[in-house]
Write a protein that binds this ligand. Structure first.
Ligand SMILES: Cc1cc2nc3c(=O)[nH]c(=O)nc-3n(C[C@H](O)[C@H](O)[C@H](O)COP(=O)(O)OP(=O)(O)OC[C@H]3O[C@@H](n4cnc5c(N)ncnc54)[C@H](O)[C@@H]3O)c2cc1C
Length: 456
């Protein structure tokens, strides 16, 4: 029996293998590969048992597996390699349980984070990670990349909410990494090992998440500045004054202008930078914090301050902020988002270097970032069909990442490594820890069938 027929036996009517059907799976959100590689098949499992059978079959036939949720990662992590199947989780998208008393949710991999929060909202519960495209991004995508978003300064990344994973290992064994209990130091932390592993160590088929009560009130303050330095200094001052805002996001002038021309919402376009600050908690405490925050903003040279009063006004600003990526896509055919972390005392230095490189290589850089964490997202808008721009961008990228490493920063705060940053990984890690990671990969996936060639 051919491999495709064996797959069809495991997942009847849920296997694609014709060229015209699998072609779209050659791509994900990351920049198009130089060589378009199509998967041998795309298969849509419905259970861990089916996944286990597929893994055993792939092992027998020496075929790689590329797990895929919605394919919106920025790092080429769901891109096919030669002789692979795409394991697509769109049919495993149920919320299995929300337990309000225990503050726990159990979900299948492909539940969209937006859909989960829609259901949690009804119970006044909250899952904070927000990879900005949360209407699409799935829980498993966030788990595998350890996604973050604007609220990480106060609430942490996805790893801080994952308490148990059901995982199919390379020999087809189905394991649970822990149990469904929020506080647990029983044995090694296998849950954290698979979280952020980019589909290279095992296939996740069920996820248990820790939840928190939804803050009663959230209000946004948008403050504009005449320089990026003023904005960065102000962010530090807010934190040094004892605030723990759920968000402090930086938006530069180019991004403000682009969002405003794409989707006018009244953002000021003549200012060099804006800070978007969200405070949350009980209403009285948020209102009294806002008073103190305003004093700091004025002291730190904020020029215009816009204060929301309710959730509707919040959502208008969030919508504008979330549209930054699609707005930039109107400027040039390609937008590449990078994701670098530097310590807070190096933020200004790093941003100035991004601007320097943008001028040096004549590539548009629109800078945003979760500035409270030092997590900066320079978005580069360019035309990759233009050979010169493409070459220049590669040089820019090399200089950018090595500069970040030189000043004590690192390659990713929330997007991961994938194929896009793989070449820098060795230089970003301590030699022995890199070797240890290789040993872990070899131990868990000796034949390298899970997302081969990605990350390590
Ligand atoms: C406009 C835009 C804005 C964004 N903003 C942010 C942001 O602010 N913060 C942030 O953190 N991220 C951001 N992201 C990136 C975001 O992290 C990812 O888009 C998202 O979390 C990935 O979800 P996905 O469902 O598309 O997963 P995919 O891209 O399909 O997969 C992600 C990873 O999970 C692996 N995988 C999938 N399913 C499984 C499985 N069952 N078992 C094992 N491995 C699996 C894949 O192989 C891949 O390595 C943004 C992306 C976009 C497009």
């Amino acid at each position: 029996m051919t491999f495709a027929n064996e797959l069809k036996k495991i997942c009847p009517n849920r296997v694609l293998y014709k060229k015209e059907d699998v072609y779209t799976y050659a791509f994900d959100t990351s920049k198009n590969p130089d060589e378009i590689i199509m998967p041998a098949a795309v298969v849509f499992p419905k259970s861990a048992v089916e996944v286990s059978k597929i893994v055993k079959l792939a092992q027998k036939n020496n075929i790689s597996i590329v797990p895929r949720a919605k394919g919106t990662n920025h790092i080429g992590s769901t891109r096919p390699i030669k002789n692979c199947i795409i394991l697509h989780f769109s049919l495993m998208d149920k919320i299995i349980e929300i337990n309000k008393e225990n503050l726990i949710a159990v979900v299948e991999p492909n539940v969209a984070i937006g859909d989960l929060n829609f259901e949690l909202d009804k119970l006044n519960l909250f899952f904070p990670p927000d990879p900005s495209n949360l209407a699409v991004s799935t829980v498993v995508g966030a788990v595998c990349l350890n996604s973050g978003g604007p609220r990480t300064f106060k609430y942490g990344n996805t790893k801080d909410y994952v308490i148990n994973l059901e995982v199919v290992l390379a020999d087809g064994t189905i394991v649970e990494t822990a149990c469904n209990i929020a506080k647990n130091v029983t044995g090694y932390n296998l849950t954290n090992l698979f979280t952020g592993s980019e589909g290279t160590l095992g296939i996740i088929t069920k996820i248990t998440l820790k939840l928190i009560p939804k803050p009663q009130t959230r209000l946004l303050t948008l403050a504009y500045f005449d320089s990026l330095t003023d904005a960065a200094n102000c962010s530090n001052e807010i934190i040094n004054s004892g605030f723990i805002p759920s968000t402090i996001d930086l938006i530069d002038n180019f991004t403000l202008k682009t969002i405003e021309s794409f989707n006018p919402t009244g953002l000021l376009t003549d200012k060099k930078a804006a800070l978007l600050i969200e405070l949350d908690g009980f209403k009285e405490s948020v209102l009294s914090e806002i008073k103190l925050l305003k004093e700091i903003l004025i002291k730190m040279n904020a020029k215009n301050i816009v204060q929301t009063q309710d959730e509707k006004q919040n959502e208008n600003i969030w919508k504008a902020r979330r549209s930054a990526f699609s707005a930039l896509s109107q400027v040039m055919p390609d937008v590449i988002t990078e994701d670098i972390v530097v310590n807070r005392d190096k933020i200004v230095d790093f941003i100035e270097h991004v601007e320097f490189l943008s001028k040096k290589y004549n590539i548009i850089a629109a800078i945003m970032g979760h500035i409270a964490d030092g997590n900066i997202h320079p978005n580069f808008a360019l035309n990759l069909e233009d050979k010169n721009q493409k070459e220049n961008f590669e040089k820019l990228k090399d200089e950018l990442f090595y500069y970040a490493l030189k000043i004590g920063g690192t390659l990713s705060g929330e997007h991961g490594i994938g194929v896009q940053k793989k070449k820098y990984l060795k230089d970003a890690l301590n030699k022995n820890s890199y070797e240890l990671m290789k040993k872990i990969k070899n131990l868990l996936d000796p034949n390298d069938i899970f997302n081969s060639g990605k990350s390590l």
